[in-house]
Design a protein around this ligand. Sequence first.
Ligand code: F6P
Length: 376
Amino acid sequence: MATKKFRVGILTAGGDAPGLNAVIRGFGKALTTYYGMELVGFRDGIRGLVENRTIDLGGSALSGILTTGGTILGTSRDKVNKYIVDGEPTNMVPQVVENLEKLGIDALVMLGGGGTAKNAKQLMDAGVQVISLPKTIDNDIAMTDTSFGFATALEIATEAVDRLHSTAHSHHRIILTEIMGHRAGWLTLGAGIAGGADIILIPEIPYTVESVSATIKARMARGSTFSVVAVAEGARDSKDSADYEAAKLLVSASKTPEATRAAKAHLAHVEDSQREHTFKLARELEAATGLESRVTILGYVQRGGTPCSTDRLLATRLGTAAADLVQQGVFGVLVAARGEGIEPVPLAEVAGKVKLVPPDHDWVETARKIGTGLGD
Ligand code: F6P
């Protein structure tokens, strides 16, 4: 049991997500008011740690932020061990350790996704007492059932799929809606099922244009002259998917720095060439079915605005659980939502891993049973 009154730093890193401020508030109130410890905010994620830019979170700073979107701390996508200095990736871990010591910070709480868990592990390995909290609309963090931000994004994407039905139906069109999620299909699959999309395409199940157009034609034969297709931003047809997997394999198999650099450049090229895939699919479906096809990209709308009640509740529970862990002196963990409860999971079991949709997952089976096309 820790009895020491810690001075704790907090930061938000990676893409913004609904619920970040709710966690800052939940953690901050429990830490300062309940446990009587001290809280210091770092601005703009890892960048604030490296550049020693802090923000006072005392007074009324934690009031009125439960419902606000974004993050009051600011964020960035920097990597602490490959921080870009003069165009070169540089290991800033020693600099951060020195900054934390100078500021008298005893522990650091990091709100973020998979990349942040990796950053947290780097700092943990250098002796920093860290705790990470699972934030992402993608729901792809390993070892946690869910993450704050996901429920809100799911609501937004579901409403979009609902609303797109009006135009698709009235104009007899195919409407493809591109939904975020990076390389995971959780958000698209969830919103697609909840919004009643006719076809759902996710990265974990590569599609063929033939299969997608066959589903649309079968609907036309039954008298439905429109289709709504939920497309994950990471979804690919089987050829593009194979090219991407091969390029990724090349990176992990590279043995020398030169080979790694070349393989990474190749992977970036492959990713770049596949960027407009939803528009390409729309053209292909129009040609195959004769139905007018349109694309709606939901983009950052999915990450913005007030968190839904599910995320506010989760964020507050995770935040207060993190304060409990500080009090107990438990560090080097992700505060994970597991089953009905909240549990600390060692960062070593989280960093560098990603939680994808298993192709036999219950949600996939559910979609298949109601006749939703999955493109395979
Ligand atoms: O991780 C959240 C997310 O919104 C992903 O769904 C998406 O691929 C990515 O961030 C977009 O990142 P950026 O904010 O850098 O455009």
